[in-house]
Design a protein. Structure first.
Length: 44
């Protein structure tokens, strides 16, 4: 699930318009992916 969310965050960052709303959405999705995977995995 964390991998799918991380991919989703990357897709949002790549395809979404450069607005604060989309940037915030991408950061939120990435934060949930990091939370699910664990911070140790993120540091690697």
């Amino acid at each position: 699930m964390a991998l799918l969310l991380a991919i989703g965050a990357e897709l949002i960052g790549y395809f979404a318009p450069e607005t604060m709303v989309w940037r915030g959405a991408g950061l939120a999705v990435a934060a949930v992916a990091i939370w699910l995977a664990g911070f140790d995995v993120y540091k690697k």
